[in-house]
Write a protein that binds this ligand. Structure first.
Ligand code: NAI
Length: 419
């Protein structure tokens, strides 16, 4: 069935309306065109906010080729509405197999991008591994998620990162907002839409108390859920404890919880021994980047009959003793891959993608002077986007007075008194 292009245009228009930082960047970069002459590869969940991001990169002068990250998260109508625009070409489809996703990535790489804006280093890893001839002209890349930064660091350790990469995920403007508030709100929103169940009073287990886990746990508690955390890192476990959450190993949590949400960036966090301990009706969802956090193969192995769709986006597995366990969208990103999923709220992605754009412009300018490897984004770039975001919110700031600055710079007693 042909994608509904008008619906795609409408989705883009709504997102544009709610992404004022991008509007400001489109105007500013549309004048200076810092990406002119560069073919730029974008790999992300191609829905409307990503569309506005792509449009803004094109306005900054780039020839943009985009592709999907994760097989279930792109929206065909948005892809079609982007593909009709000048300077933009895309290869993404919803519900593709892993093999089809790879083919789409390779089609994007056929355009020989010289810079990549990536999600989980998916396109970058393929470029290095499968299209090394493109590396001669390659400038660098920006990475927006935790898993991707980990992957890039693994590539650097293996001497497989012959260009500079900016860890955009690690900037305060990204991970303190996108991971905490974006993942927190959108994971719960989509879980509730997909299940049509109540969170208040439920026992929710969140695996991993990093930024995403903290966001999901805090917001679930705010909606009335009782929340337990599982962790492998002692300080994160203590943080969760002192934030007032129950902390326990997964084996214990498995028997306690009713809803399970993984957010570790790791694999097999919920596996056979845990399924064995769960109560009838337990609901399993994942918010980490890859669909390996819940061991779906082991769940299928325990199941006495083929799983069936209990509701769109939810598969029911029946175990030998009659218990039924429910897996949401095959353990793929709950906020992006469920039938009604729309990803993070627009205001959050306005900020995240603005970081990617401003960081990309910065890296394009200084890549020649940087060693290959993973680099932090300079704090000034982060600050610039924060100032722009505050401006769009109409929020003012105080500035340091001269005596305050002198006081902060002082270290001797007499300087401090005289400041
Ligand atoms: P993080 O590194 O801040 O937190 C991960 C936490 O999981 C750490 O505290 C770690 O100790 C813990 N952990 C690791 N293995 C564990 C295990 N076996 N059991 C329990 N805890 C374990 O990472 P962050 O930023 O919270 O990201 C988590 C995942 O979510 C990543 O894959 C990231 O790419 C993804 N992500 C997803 C988003 C979405 O839209 N759904 C948005 C942002 C990030």
């Amino acid at each position: 069935m042909a994608a509904d292009i008008e619906q795609g245009r409408q989705k883009l228009a709504w997102a544009r309306e709610h992404m004022p930082v991008h509007a400001a960047l489109r105007e500013r970069l549309g004048r200076s065109r810092p990406l002119a002459g560069i073919t730029l590869g974008v790999c992300s969940h191609v829905e409307a906010k990503t569309g506005v991001f792509v449009e803004t990169l094109a306005a900054a002068g780039a020839e943009v080729v985009f592709t999907g990250s994760e097989p279930g998260s792109s929206q065909d109508d948005v892809v079609a509405a982007l593909n009709e625009q000048d300077g933009i070409t895309g290869y993404a489809r919803r519900g593709v197999s892993e093999e089809e996703l790879e083919a789409l990535h390779l089609q994007a790489l056929d355009h020989a991008p010289r810079f990549i804006l990536d999600d989980a280093a998916e396109l970058t890893a393929r470029l290095v591994h499968q299209r090394p001839a493109l590396l001669d002209d390659f400038i660098g890349m920006c990475e927006q998620t935790t898993t991707g930064v980990q992957r890039l660091q693994a590539m650097a350790r293996a001497d497989a990162l012959p260009f500079p990469a900016y860890a955009v995920n690690n900037t305060p403007m990204k991970h303190e907002f996108d991971n905490i508030h974006g993942t927190g709100e959108s994971s719960l929103t989509n879980l509730l839409l997909t299940t049509n169940l109540l969170l208040a009073g439920k026992k929710v287990v969140v695996a991993g108390f990093g930024d995403c886990g903290l966001g999901i746990a805090g917001k679930a508690r705010a909606l009335g859920a009782r929340v337990a955390i599982t962790e492998i890192e002692p300080r994160q476990a203590l943080r969760a404890h002192m934030a007032g959450f129950e902390v326990m190993p997964m084996l214990e949590a498995a028997a306690w919880g009713e809803i399970f949400i993984t957010t570790t960036g790791n694999r097999d966090v919920i596996r056979a021994e845990h399924f064995e301990a769960m109560a009838d009706g337990a609901l399993l969802a994942n918010a980490g980047h890859f669909n390996v956090e819940i061991d779906a193969e082991a769940l299928a192995g325990l199941s006495v009959e083929p799983p069936h769709e209990a509701r769109p986006g939810i598969m029911e597995y029946r175990l030998a003793d009659g218990r039924r366990l429910h897996l949401v969208c095959e353990g793929r990103l709950v906020n992006l891959a469920t039938p009604t999923a729309m990803g993070h709220p627009a205001e959050v992605m306005d900020q995240t993608f603005a970081m990617q754009i401003v960081a990309a412009c910065h890296l394009v300018e200084r890549a020649a002077g940087l060693e290959p490897g993973v680099h932090p984004v300079p704090d000034q770039v982060d600050r610039e986007v924060a100032e722009l975001k505050l401006e769009t919110l109409g929020i003012g700031l105080d500035t340091l007075t001269e005596s305050q600055q002198r006081f902060l710079d002082a270290w001797r007693d007499d300087q401090i008194k005289g400041a």
